[in-house]
Design a protein around this ligand. Structure first.
Ligand code: A3P
Length: 291
């Protein structure tokens, strides 16, 4: 099969985007959220699939095991703004389950207004910039619908300038962090905390969602969503997606904190840190780059 064309970035209301996420824009903006919808919002590669799977297991793991075995995670938790191979918004509209779990990478200012009007619960997952950049670089290499990432050094410069799909990491994580200060139905999570103690983070998630689960049930969810299990599971490892080449780099790649140390040179790290301090100087948001 011919390799599909890579996309190109363009400026979309001040954010770098590709047509694969803007072609259905009006329909996405007019999405009709319901009060019990749960939105999972992230900057790409922050642990979206991990948290999506945890939520799916919590809500439907016991009642619909056949769902886990036969429907890929991207159809159980549709990606709202994606347009190819079919619009995620249409999948979300037709979800037969309650609550509907919906994924987005949109920066906070682009979220369809009905989510706010309906006071939906939102789970935001953030990951430290260095590991996030490394993961996004490898994703660009293996996903032929992404713009060509070029070599690591070129990519890192583009990441720092926000010239990657969904724009600036700095604006994304801080924009959502600010929103949390005024919107109480937002649970802000960190990838690093999940790595440190996923059981504790599942407890916190359940508390936020008002979801009561037995210790045994939570243990099952934590175990099934471990990296190695998700990597082996065809329904969560994206091996069913034809435009991703897992031989170049698997979707479930390393799942660690600190892989940035294997990519950043000393000079790149210094430049990055200096630029980071400037870009993040007005926020209280803090990340860990080691656990
Ligand atoms: P790496 O590329 O660093 O391995 P997203 O789902 O937002 O696209 O994020 C993908 C990243 O989350 C990848 O990071 C992937 O390996 C990691 N990941 C997914 N599931 C995980 C899990 N259960 N435990 C740890 N990391 C996980």
């Amino acid at each position: 099969m011919a390799t599909p064309p890579r996309s190109t970035l363009f400026d979309f209301h001040g954010v770098s985007m590709t047509k694969y996420f803007t072609d259905n824009w009006d329909n996405v903006q007019n999405f009709k959220a319901r009060p019990d919808d749960i939105l999972i919002a992230t900057y790409p590669k922050a642990g979206t699939t991990w948290v999506s799977y945890i939520l799916d297991l919590l809500y439907f793991g016991k009642t619909s095991p056949e769902r886990q075995a036969s429907i890929p995670i991207y159809d159980r938790v549709p990606f709202l703004e994606i347009c190819v191979p079919y619009p995620g918004k249409d999948v979300a509209d037709k979800l037969p389950t309650t609550p509907r779990l919906i994924k987005t990478h949109l920066p906070v200012q682009f979220v369809p207004k009905s989510f706010w009007e309906q006071n939906c619960r939102i789970v935001y997952v953030a990951r430290n910039a260095k590991d996030n950049a490394v993961s996004y670089f490898h994703f660009g290499r293996m996903n032929h619908r992404q713009p060509d990432p070029g070599d690591w050094s070129t990519y890192l410069k583009n990441f720092m300038k926000g010239k990657v799909v969904f724009g600036s990491w700095y604006d994304h994580v801080t924009g959502w962090w600010e929103k949390k200060q005024t919107y109480s139905n937002l649970h802000y999570m960190f990838f690093e905390n999940m790595i440190e103690d996923s059981g504790r983070e599942v407890d916190r998630l359940c508390f936020f969602l008002g979801f009561s689960a037995s210790a045994e049930e939570k243990e099952r969810v934590t175990t099934e969503s471990k990296f190695d299990n998700m990597k082996q599971n065809k329904m969560t490892n994206y091996s069913t997606v034809e435009f991703m080449n897992h031989k170049v780099s698997p979707f479930m790649r390393k799942g660690k904190v600190g892989d940035w140390k294997n990519h950043f040179t000393v000079a790149q790290n210094e430049d990055f840190d200096e630029d980071y301090r400037l870009k993040m100087k007005n926020t209280t948001l803090q990340f860990r780059t080691v656990v």
